[in-house]
Design a protein around this ligand. Structure first.
Ligand SMILES: Nc1ncnc2c1ncn2[C@@H]1O[C@H](COP(=O)(O)OP(=O)(O)OP(=O)(O)O)[C@@H](O)[C@H]1O
Ligand SMILES: [Mg+2]
Length: 393
């Protein structure tokens, strides 16, 4: 069976997460559905790929799928077949076409599903719900026919909701959950970073949910030292605190720290802080790209407009703010500001604690502050270039 792209180097660097791995394994040993939810950047994809490699689960990311019912159905069936039957990763696009699927030698029930799909696709107005139902049910038939258990990991599960935009499709989640509810041979692990949206969407279906948290201090230490070798506890504590336990950030701080550290312990603590600020200010660094992607993607989902951006700018430049303070800063009334804040919370950009609002992700807050303050470089800046700017609080 083909495996997702997961190199040996990645596998060696993968750190911690044993508690969550066990939780998912435990659910899947008893039920046919588990949901893994985590804010972006906490290493959800890495965890899922690790699970896939460990147990030979199939790993799919819906961001790579078309989201029309017609294409989606063929691609989903095709991908299940691809993982089991293809000899080479380059065959994926061929497997995602109906012509190739029709040629496969499969048992009667799988062949029937493919011919149902093919039949619908010939029509001027295909039955889109039938297409999707067929696709969701295919993996179970495939597993049963081949007499094996199968687990499908579906990352970016929220992409599925885009199928609700088609008039024939009334309730894509209902369709999905009903199609798999009696599965005996095939389980699903669904996952998304849209925590707010997912929790709302899944309320009705109550799957067992595993919620990923940031790396713990010992996990940060382990990951940091995998990159740098033995390091000063205070440096690690600092890295843990400013990275908010996000593995990507820990790794990028660690790899530069390894090159730039000195013998002076106090200087090294300052260095860790400088590295993060400078990474976030350098266009194209891994941390910069991550924040930029998260910022744009979340604003798009919130149907981003000028006022949402104005709020993010104001909040990024301040300590946590009250509603009235934000309203004043963006020159809008309380009620208007309140509904804008709700939209920003729905896409997990902001959180409310007590009666103040702040970024959910402190690293993104720092990135926004730098970006809105025009602190941006094409090449890694030295300490002098960043000096005038406050950097980390
Ligand atoms: N447990 C871990 N150990 C070591 N490295 C990790 C771990 N988790 C994540 N990483 C690394 O951190 C980076 C980001 O992780 P990942 O892509 O899994 O985040 P994500 O939560 O899926 O982000 P997004 O929301 O953007 O999809 C990757 O380079 C990944 O290899
Ligand atoms: Mg991911």
């Amino acid at each position: 069976m083909l495996q997702p792209n997961y190199t040996e180097k990645e596998s060696k660097l993968f750190t911690g997460r044993t508690y969550y791995i066990r939780q998912v394994e435990d659910i899947i040993s008893k039920k046919n559905l588990a949901a893994v939810i985590a804010p972006s950047g906490l290493g959800r994809t890495a965890l899922l790929k690790h699970l896939a490699a460990k147990h030979r689960y199939i790993y799919l990311d819906l961001r790579r799928f078309s989201t029309t019912p017609e294409s989606f159905s063929v691609e989903l069936i095709g991908t299940v077949c691809f993982f089991h039957l293809a000899k080479d990763p380059s065959e994926l696009s061929a497997f995602q076409g109906i012509e190739r699927l029709k040629e496969l030698k499969l048992g009667r029930r799988c062949a029937d599903i493919i011919s149902t799909v093919d039949n619908e696709l010939q029509k001027i107005k295909p039955d889109q719900e039938l297409l999707l139902k067929s696709a969701f049910g295919f993996a179970e038939e495939f597993a049963a026919e081949h007499n094996r258990k199968m687990t499908l990991i579906i990352n970016s599960f929220d992409e599925l909701l885009k199928l609700n935009n088609f008039s024939q499709v009334k309730d894509i989640l209902g369709l999905f959950f009903n199609s798999i509810s009696k599965n005996k041979s095939c389980s699903f692990i669904i996952s998304s970073s849209s925590a707010h949206l997912m929790k709302n969407a899944l309320k009705k279906y109550t799957p067992d949910i595993v919620e990923l948290q940031p790396l713990s201090l010992p996990e940060t230490k382990e990951l940091f030292e995998k990159v740098t070798g033995k390091s000063d506890e205070r440096v690690i504590k600092e890295a843990h605190s400013i990275s908010a336990g996000m593995p990507l950030i820990v790794r990028s701080i660690a790899s530069r720290f390894k090159e730039e550290r000195s013998a002076d312990a106090q200087k090294n603590i300052g260095l860790v802080r400088h590295i993060l600020t400078s990474e976030l200010a350098t266009v194209g660094s891994a941390s910069y790209s991550y924040c930029s992607r998260l910022f744009t993607g979340s604003l798009n989902r919130a149907r981003g407009e000028s006022l949402l951006k104005a709020i993010l700018k104001a909040v990024s430049q301040n300590r946590p703010l009250r509603l009235t303070e934000i309203a004043r800063l963006i020159y809008r009334s309380g009620p208007v500001t309140k509904s804008l804040l709700e939209r920003l919370m729905e896409v997990d950009l902001l959180v409310k604690t007590g009666n103040t609002f702040d970024f959910a992700n402190p690293v993104l807050k720092l990135w926004c502050r730098l970006m809105f303050s025009n602190v941006e470089f094409d090449e890694t800046p030295d300490e002098r270039s960043l000096a005038g700017f406050g950097g980390l609080p």
